[in-house]
Unconditional design. Structure first.
Length: 397
């Protein structure tokens, strides 16, 4: 076959950079969500119940758009989607500052959630079309953290101190505008719909059902358990009686370990497949739960928290990569986004119920069970999909 036909246009540096940037923009609001909710409560006089619904409205818009993306992600122009969703995200956030109505704020947040979800879905789908999604998903998860970290560090003492809730929104919009020029590199469509490239990538033509659904279920269950643990990792420290200021510094350090985990996944780049790295990461996750089970010293707690976030940062790109590799026509990868979103939405709620008595052992057991089930799903799907693909390829010959 002609070499030109085998070349993957999604591997171009400009396309990869644009995909990483649009993913970072798509994750931006989620990464600063605690700050958004906190300033909304302080400056809009909202109670805990109200900001809880505000968070739910974001996830409602986010998950609605990403679930529906299964039907339109390969039919609409990606560059057009980004051209519409980017200003919509900024305008909807700004609209929330113009009205005192809580209902208007809920609506604006839901619309923003949908707009950011569209951007995140496009970025995820583009990287799934590259020749090495394992590498780029690891870089993607790491890159997404940096704009959020900058805003979390800068906004409280600058824009929020001067303008309150409006300042938080202004900060988000400024970063969005600053990153927007890279979005001109977004392609109109991907490579997996191209017949010639599909023929050149026939090494993995596995049947999409049930293996890809098993993997998507694994992503959801894994992130549900991971989100449950992350939501209460600070409360575990409080119950242990550790110094709050030391815990605050440590939690910032754990985010660095999460980035390191994602970068390790990128460095491995699929050389060992996805099942074996996922099993290794799951073992680290389970080890962290043992360390976090009534830690005797702050050192034990610190090691457990860092291992926890490192494993989550490592496992997430590995799991999403497995979805991408099983998805030879490119329609299913976008469903990994609502799988993550639903997991992030349900995990902390379940965790709160399990830990209501103040005993965190049921929460730790929940995290362990979710991890074990997701590991089984991924290993079974990966182990059976590839032999099925080989049989299908032989049958075609």
């Amino acid at each position: 076959m002609d070499q030109a036909l085998q070349k993957n246009s999604m591997d171009a540096a400009t396309v990869v950079i644009a995909a990483l940037v649009v993913s970072a923009i798509g994750a931006l609001f989620y990464n600063v969500l605690p700050l958004y909710l906190g300033t909304a409560q302080d400056y809009r006089d909202l109670d805990n119940r109200a900001i809880g619904f505000l968070s739910s409205s974001f996830f409602a818009g986010f998950n609605l758009v990403t679930i529906s993306a299964f039907f339109w992600i390969r039919r609409l122009s990606w560059s057009a989607i980004v051209a519409v969703a980017t200003p919509l995200a900024a305008l909807s956030l700004y609209a929330g500052t113009l009205f005192d109505s809580y209902a208007a704020l809920l609506l604006a947040t839901a619309i923003a959630g949908g707009a950011f979800a569209a951007l995140y879905g496009v970025g995820t789908t583009i990287l799934g079309d590259t020749s090495n999604p394992a590498r780029w998903y690891g870089v993607k998860i790491a890159a997404e953290a940096f704009p959020g970290v900058v805003l979390l560090l800068v906004l409280p003492s600058t824009a929020i101190a001067r303008w309150g809730f409006d300042g938080a929104i202004i900060g988000i919009i400024v970063v969005l505008i600053f990153l927007s020029p890279f979005l001109f590199w977004i392609p109109a469509a991907g490579s997996k719909g191209d017949q010639h490239l599909a023929e050149s990538q026939s090494s993995l033509r596995a049947p999409q059902s049930p293996y890809i659904w098993m993997t998507l279920a694994a992503v959801l269950l894994f992130f549900s358990g991971a989100s449950a643990m992350w939501a209460f990792v600070e409360r575990i420290a409080a119950r242990g009686g550790f110094d709050p200021s030391s815990v605050g510094v440590l939690l910032s350090v754990t985010l660095i370990f999460a980035v390191l985990g994602s970068l390790l996944a990128a460095a491995i780049g699929g050389r060992y497949g996805n099942a074996r790295p996922f099993v290794a990461g799951a073992a680290l996750f389970l080890l962290s739960l043992l360390l976090l089970n009534a830690p005797d010293t702050f050192t034990d707690y610190a090691i457990g928290a860092c291992v926890l976030t490192f494993s989550i940062g490592f496992l997430l790109p590995v799991a999403v990569t497995e979805v991408a590799e099983l998805d030879h026509d490119g329609r299913f990868i976008v469903l990994s986004v609502p799988a993550i979103g639903i997991g992030a939405m349900t995990g902390p709620g379940i965790a709160g119920t399990l830990a209501q008595s103040g005993d965190f052992l049921p929460l730790l057991i929940f995290g362990a069970v979710m991890m074990i089930i997701s590991t089984l799903l991924i290993t079974v799907a990966a182990g059976r999909a590839r032999p099925a693909a080989a049989r299908e390829s032989q049958a075609e010959v």
